[in-house]
Design a protein around this ligand. Structure first.
Ligand code: ADP
Ligand code: MG
Length: 298
């Protein structure tokens, strides 16, 4: 039996490792003329590792104590950075105190009560805002030095005071630069990078991936605003992301694709299509497939 072209294209996309949620989505994929990519988990592999543990002078904490404190607060979080911190503590065999009153703020970090202290772990830029203390400037300098090497610096605060900085590194996907190049050809412009991470790590990764338009330090709503701005300028934007923090941008896009393997439930639900096989190169493949189908349908 012969299938209608769009349906057979959807089946084909499935064979490429992309779950396309509807026939409308199959068409929209081919209409994209601008692409916005998330960094962590999308352009990078999304399995970061702790590469540095730096207690701040004056905090009177050993490296192990700092890591154990941060891991206890991060334990309830699903964020890839949180998983990295908890794994590092486990690898060192550190016992974790139980955490209570856990809260998380997408794009910023987590807060929890650990051993009677309020512990915050997250973005130095966001957690150090409005604190001009000497301890805060030492923490900012330590974080900046770490970010200079392309790492994500994560700050640890205990009862509001900076006690240490963790350096976390993630590898670029081996198909990132090739995918960026294919997308540039298909959509007539180089993709843009949207990230909540620091500008230094973002710039370094962008250079490796061949991206020049970099927006860093973004909150989830800022990512959506960047997409809406492009849409208002007449573009049909394709967004690729994986995190809870990408959900507003995925929703604002003409068409949104989520990375399935490590993607958050919210991203998978919000996206119009999901990459099942963990390969970024399936994004240009599915755009090309949509275009080929449109030629059949029209
Ligand atoms: P991206 O846009 O690159 O996927 P996110 O928006 O998820 O990144 O995170 C942005 C920044 O917020 C991180 O670089 C980190 O500084 C901070 N952050 C968010 N969640 C956490 C967490 N659970 N632990 C530590 N830091 C976090
Ligand atoms: Mg991400």
């Amino acid at each position: 039996a012969t299938m209608p072209p769009l349906l057979s294209a959807m089946a084909n996309a499935g064979r490429h490792g992309v779950l396309v949620k509807s026939a409308v989505v199959m068409e929209r994929l081919g209409q994209a003329d601008a692409v916005a990519l998330d960094k962590t988990g999308t352009l990078t592999e999304g399995t970061p590792h702790v590469t540095g543990v730096h207690p701040l002078p004056g905090a009177a904490l050993t490296g192990d104590a700092l890591l154990a404190l941060a891991a206890a607060a991060e334990d309830p979080s699903e964020h890839p950075l949180a998983r990295a911190v908890v794994s590092a503590a486990r690898e060192r065999g550190l016992p974790l105190l139980p955490a209570s009153e856990f809260t998380s703020a997408p794009g910023t970090g987590v807060t929890a009560t650990v051993g009677g202290h309020r512990v915050a772990v997250g973005s130095p830029a966001r957690l150090l805002r409005d604190t001009g203390s000497p301890a805060a400037s030492r923490a900012a300098a330590s974080a900046a030095a770490m970010e200079e090497t392309g790492c994500t610096a994560v700050l640890v605060l205990r009862d509001g005071l900076p006690v240490g900085v963790l350096g976390i590194a993630d590898r670029i996907r081996c198909d990132a630069a090739a995918t960026v190049a294919s997308l540039a050809v298909l959509t007539g412009g180089t993709p843009m990078l949207l990230t909540g991470d620091n500008p230094r790590a973002a710039a370094r990764l962008a250079a490796e991936a061949g991206i020049t338009d970099v927006r860093a330090g973004l909150l989830p709503e800022d990512k959506a605003a960047a997409v809406r701005e492009l849409e208002r300028a007449g573009h049909r934007v394709l967004v690729v992301g994986d995190g809870v923090n990408d959900a507003p941008a995925l929703a604002a896009a003409h068409v949104g694709i989520a990375m399935g393997r490590a993607g958050s439930d919210l991203a998978l639900e919000t996206a119009d299509a999901v990459i099942i096989r963990d390969e970024l190169a399936t994004v240009p493949a599915v755009i090309a497939l949509s275009r080929a189908t449109r030629r059949l349908v029209v």
